[in-house]
Design a protein around this ligand. Sequence first.
Ligand SMILES: C[S@@+](CC[C@H](N)C(=O)[O-])C[C@H]1O[C@@H](n2cnc3c(N)ncnc32)[C@H](O)[C@@H]1O
Length: 256
Amino acid sequence: MELSRTERQRSRTGAPASGVRTAVVWEVLSVTLHEADPAGAGLVVVDAGGGTGGFAVPLAEAGHRVTVVDPSPDSLAALQRRAAERGLQVAALQGDLGDLLQLVEPGSADLVLCHSVLEVVDDPSAALAAVAGILKPGGRLSLLVANRDAAVLARALVGRSDEAAHALTDPAGRWGPADGTTRRWTPAGIAALVVAAGLSVEQVHGVRTVSDLVPSAVLDTEPGAAAALLALERTLSDRSPFRDLATQLHILARKG
Ligand SMILES: C[S@@+](CC[C@H](N)C(=O)[O-])C[C@H]1O[C@@H](n2cnc3c(N)ncnc32)[C@H](O)[C@@H]1O
């Protein structure tokens, strides 16, 4: 079988093994970082809404100069403990996406991460414009957002047809008042938002393409099922129509 782009990336970079929630994103980032910094001198990375440092700390460990901007003091304290335990320095700045241009030097970042944050900000367009403002020309954005179309499918599969139909027409992609997610995008919608911020979309991957649809009992009882599912996730992540129905969409975008 022909290798997917993601599989080729993994084989070139030796990206670390990780779970279905992060494996595809790490693989895209590994290749991007290597291409931007082949000598391994270290890049300027900002994790906007980086929380407790699930991405920031490993990136600092890989030699990058990492800053996390997050409004939560508790998350920033946990991040700094996590970094200190490994003897690493990660700059922790309290603030939100709307404050980015006041907190970080405009045009200074090689890479900005914005993972699972755009859903909760007041103004996603302004937030992405601020992200674009702190990127260097040629710098990259790694953006992870919730996919509206996955929510439609998920509600339909549990017999909630009304909620599936609601998500399809709701401007925020929510399936009803009890929906715990504030906002979702379609693949076309998030690409349009990124382009409107002055960035060009280079890659789109699906994250949790099928794994949220698999009963956990199967994974717990079938030997090898979890590893096989992770391999399948990697294979499907850049293939339509599977990618377009993933729970999350990962966009790699470039400035200029
Ligand atoms: C779901 S967590 C994601 C954390 C991290 N990016 C990750 O992928 O593991 C959402 C994070 O966004 C932060 N956050 C909430 N509102 C924000 C805002 N307006 N600007 C920036 N970050 C925000 C939260 O404090 C939290 O750390």
